[in-house]
Ligand binder design. Structure first.
Ligand SMILES: NC(=O)c1ccc[n+]([C@@H]2O[C@H](COP(=O)([O-])OP(=O)(O)OC[C@H]3O[C@@H](n4cnc5c(N)ncnc54)[C@H](O)[C@@H]3O)[C@@H](O)[C@H]2O)c1
Length: 312
C-alpha cells in the first residue's frame, strides 16, 4: 500500500523537487504539500496543498488526522546563514518543529519520519578530510547546534519510544529549479545564474574553500531511498553521512569556463567564510553505501553540464 505523505516546508529548495518526485512515485493524491505560505505555484497547483505553520502542533496533528498521513517529511528550517542572523528563532523553529513530528510518531499517529540533518553538525575540531560517520562534533553555528541536538533527539525517540525516524546529513545542495534558502553553500548555485547572465561572479567564499556538495537529483534519490529501505537496513538512527563530490570555488569556476570561456570569478569573503571554515572539506559516507545501498550519479563535470543546459 502507498504511504500517505505530508511534506512540511514543501516550497523550499529541496521540498519543491521532493514533492514532484514523490507525487510521481506514489500518486498526486497521496502527497500533501504544505508550507507556511503559498510560496511556489508549481507545488501549490500540482496537487493537494495546505498552509501550515511547522511550529503549530495542533495544525499538523489536524492535517495528519484529516488526510490519514503515515509519513512526514519535515523540510522546514532556518538554514545556516539565515540562522546566524536570528539565533533564537532558528533554535525555536528547528527544534520545536522536530519535536512536534517526533511526538506524533511517539503517539503512533504517524508511522515514519524523514528529517534532514546537515554537514553543519561538524565543527572546527572535526577531522576535515574524509570526515567519518562517528567523530568529534562541536558545531559552532546555531544551525549546526540545532541539527546536532536534533540528531540526538531522533536517536533518543527511536531508542526509547521505537520511533521510525530516518535522516541524512545533506552536504551543500545544487539545483536549478528553486533558489536556495540562505545556506553557506548557496554560492555553488548563484555562480551558475551569474555565469550565464553576466559572465562574471563575485564569490562570498575564498578561492580554496573546499566543501562537500551534491546535485539535487542525487539528494532526492537518497531521501526517497532511505525512506523506502526495509527498517532492518537502517542501522543509524541519528543521521547518515552522505557524499557525492567536493570542490572549491576555483574548481567549479574552471568547470564552468569549459562551457562559458569568458566567465570570470572574483572573491570577496563575508561572514559565511567563517561558517564554511568550520565545516568538513570531504565526507566518508561508506556506512550509507553499505547499509541501504546509497550511490551518487552526478560529479562536478556532469552536474555543471546539466545545470548550464537547464538554465541557458
Ligand atoms: N539546501 C541545502 O543545501 C541543505 C543542506 C543541508 C541540510 N538542509 C536541510 O534540508 C531542509 C530543507 O532545506 P531547503 O534547502 O529546502 O530549505 P529552504 O529554506 O529552501 O526551504 C524551507 C521551507 O520551509 C518553509 N518554512 C519556514 N518556516 C516554516 C514554518 N514555520 N512552517 C512551515 N514551513 C516553513 C519555508 O517557507 C521554505 O519553503 C532543512 O532542514 C535544511 O536544514 C538543506
Amino acid at each position: 500500500m502507498n504511504p500517505k505523505i505530508l511534506i512540511i516546508g514543501a516550497c523550499g529548495q529541496i521540498g519543491t523537487e521532493l514533492t514532484q518526485k514523490l507525487r510521481k512515485l506514489y500518486g498526486t493524491e497521496n502527497v500533501i504539500a504544505s508550507d507556511i505560505r503559498k510560496l511556489n505555484t508549481d507545488v501549490v497547483n500540482s496537487g493537494p496543498f495546505e498552509v501550515v505553520n511547522a511550529l503549530d502542533f495542533n495544525q499538523i496533528e489536524h492535517l495528519v488526522e484529516v488526510h490519514k498521513i503515515t509519513d512526514i517529511y519535515l523540510m522546514a528550517a532556518l538554514l545556516s546563514a539565515t540562522a546566524e542572523k536570528n539565533p533564537a528563532f532558528a533554535w525555536d523553529l528547528n527544534m520545536n518543529s522536530l519535536f512536534h513530528v517526533l511526538n506524533l510518531a511517539k503517539a503512533k499517529k504517524i508511522k515514519k519520519i524523514f528529517w534532514p540533518s546537515s554537514i553543519a553538525v561538524f565543527g572546527p575540531t572535526t577531522p576535515k578530510e574524509n570526515t567519518p560517520q562517528y567523530t568529534i562534533m562541536e558545531p559552532s553555528t546555531v544551525y549546526g547546534i540545532s541539527k546536532q541536538a536534533g540528531e540526538r533527539w531522533c536517536e533518543y525517540y527511536h531508542n526509547i519510544y521505537g520511533v521510525d525516524v530516518r535522516s541524512i546529513r545533506y552536504p551543500g545542495l545544487i539545483s536549478w529549479s528553486t533558489p536556495p534558502g540562505g545556506g553557506t553553500t548557496d554560492y555553488a548555485v548563484d555562480i551558475f545564474y551569474k555565469a550565464i547572465a553576466d559572465k562574471k561572479y563575485e564569490c562570498f567564499l575564498s578561492s580554496e574553500t573546499k566543501m562537500p556538495m551534491m546535485y539535487m537529483d542525487d539528494a532526492i534519490d537518497a531521501t526517497i531511498n532511505i525512506m523506502k529501505a526495509p527498517v532492518e537496513k537502517i542501522k543509524i538512527h541519528s543521521s547518515y553521512n552522505l557524499a557525492a563530490m567536493s570542490f572549491t570555488p576555483t574548481e567549479i569556476a574552471n568547470e564552468i569556463k569549459k562551457h562559458i570561456p569568458e566567465f570570470t570569478i572574483t572573491y570577496e569573503p563575508d561572514f559565511r567564510q567563517k561558517i564554511a571554515d568550520s565545516w568538513p572539506a570531504s565526507i566518508d559516507d561508506s556506512q550509507a553505501r553499505e547499509d541501504w545501498d546509497w550511490k551518487h550519479t552526478f560529479d562536478l563535470e556532469s552536474m555543471t553540464k546539466d545545470m548550464i543546459e537547464h538554465l541557458s
